[in-house]
Design a protein around this ligand. Sequence first.
Ligand code: UDP
Length: 336
Amino acid sequence: MILVTGGAGYIGSHCALSLLENGHDVVIFDSLELGHIETVNTLKNLNLKGKLVDFIKGNLQNFEDINNVFKKHKIDMVMHFAAYSQVAESVKMPEKYFKNNVGGSTNLFNAMVENGVKKVVFSSTAATYGEPVYTPIDENHPQKPINPYGETKLEIEHILDEYDKKYGLRSVRLRYFNVAGADKESRVGEWHEPETHLIPNILKSTFSGGQTFQMFGTDYDTVDGTCVRDYINVEDLIRAHLLAAEYLNKGGKTDYFNLGTTDGNSVKQVFSVCEKVTGKTIPVDIQGRREGDPATLVADNQKAKTVLGWQPEKTLNDSVKSAYEWEKVLQTRINA
Ligand code: UDP
């Protein structure tokens, strides 16, 4: 049985779905502070290959909550997604981020050690690199986060190194670039309140009651003045998690990998793809720069290709299409 922390959230729910589709039993642990019970119910009701989905509501900040999960189920491996992940909020409330992300992860790893569970795939981030000193960013790039969110994820990576040395807890840390898109059948998708990410915000603005899309910063030193990011499709991203699980099961040592496409797209380029996919002319409100946004973040993904045998397959167009289909489902749900 695989434990998915944060399995009611965006990336965690895609992971739980994929694990089920690949024949694993899954236990989802989520506080539902940011995750959604509807997502859990969707996963439970799939009844994929008769696989078991157990849902346990709890908070990683309470050691007993997470320790009890290991008492209840025989867990083989953990996929750890549960975290706060809003950069701007982390700047305003660093204590909230350190307490939850670092404190919560430490409780999780302690419970793993106490219960003899020695494999974890951890959701890390390109934000651990900070302002790029060269691009594309490979795994040897210095890790100097420029915000508390990135700091918390880097600290967790360091804890994992120490727990490997001391307790033999092996980890794969996957450093995500910009995750985009949704399940191909729109069963799960991105559902943040408030939403801060580019693609859902552009798409939401096309629905009635949606706010006009705000474009942050058009004076960066990039191809068209807007920030360039590497948008990795969520289904491609999750495939890397399953490969990481296989890698750990085969005895692979603690390691870390970038998950990105190596392709950069500017905010304006993403915006045009959204106009093309929706067939709509989307109004834009041009704003100044958003604090803490580096001009360009693009991944070198050779290491994940070589070691994990991973290869991203979907294009930005695919991600926007699936995100749009999901957004239609979400809008119906919200307005019901
Ligand atoms: N962005 C934007 N408007 C929005 C949300 C994001 O212009 O409503 C820009 C943001 O400034 C950044 C890029 O889109 O340059 C990607 O931002 P996102 O929050 O999606 O991901 P991040 O790169 O911060 O992880």
